[in-house]
Design a protein around this ligand. Structure first.
Ligand SMILES: C[S@@+](CC[C@H](N)C(=O)[O-])C[C@H]1O[C@@H](n2cnc3c(N)ncnc32)[C@H](O)[C@@H]1O
Length: 198
């Protein structure tokens, strides 16, 4: 039978913590100036970013393919007395009406470019007018250093400018970032994008 987590459960089960537990510092900085409202963390993993947002008064929904990762996220949230809604499955299976979320986080998700384009389209639809989309992941320049060993799965600036050409791109740059315990900081692409009011 096909694994609905696409191999992610096995990866999580192989270690106590697959990723570092601190929230992404670039996300922390980008969200510090926003008014907390509804947030969607896509591919939330063990929940370092979801937990940070919930601690800072965001009403968070976390989506992930892995039941193991979401179980850890839920345990951590409970231990901290935080309420986070979770959905186990892909974003395509997560059905919500358009414009539900004031903040959408896509951090370190690396499917193929065609799948990323679908993900961006789904996320844009779920983002409220005036809302913010935060994207971070391994940059193409991290090939051979960190991230998936496949250039098609690494992020480049042009996919962001193309997918979000109708939105306001506040920040789009290559930075040095760390996302897992196994690697030193490596080139990441960060984007902060606003959906304009109509
Ligand atoms: C590298 S981890 C990143 C976790 C977290 N965002 C972070 O930065 O710590 C990628 C996560 O995305 C999830 N994932 C991958 N593709 C997904 C999809 N299409 N829908 C939902 N989750 C997905 C995986 O299960 C995994 O937990």
């Amino acid at each position: 039978m096909q694994d609905p987590s696409n191999g992610w459960n096995d990866r999580y089960l192989a270690s106590e913590h697959l990723w570092i537990q601190d929230p992404d510092p670039t996300l922390v900085e980008a969200t510090a100036k926003l008014n907390p409202a509804t947030a969607l963390d896509i591919g939330a993993g063990e929940g370092r970013n979801s937990i940070h947002l919930a601690r800072n008064h965001w009403s968070v929904t976390s989506v992930d393919l892995s039941s193991v990762a979401l179980g850890r996220l839920e345990q951590n949230a409970e231990r901290l007395g935080l309420k986070i809604d979770t959905f186990c499955g892909s974003l395509a299976e997560f059905s919500k009406s358009a414009g539900q979320f004031d903040l959408i986080v896509i951090a370190n998700i690396h499917p193929s470019l065609s799948e990323r384009k679908e993900l961006y389209a789904l996320a844009k639809n779920l983002l409220a007018e005036g809302g913010t989309l935060f994207l971070i992941g391994h940059h193409k320049n991290s090939f051979g250093i960190a991230g998936p060993p496949d250039p098609d799965r690494l992020l480049g600036e042009s996919e962001v400018t193309e997918a979000f050409s109708d939105m306001e791109i506040e920040r789009l740059e290559e930075i040095s970032d760390i996302c897992d315990a196994a690697h030193d900081p490596a080139p990441s692409l960060v984007a902060v994008i606003k959906k304009p009011l109509s």
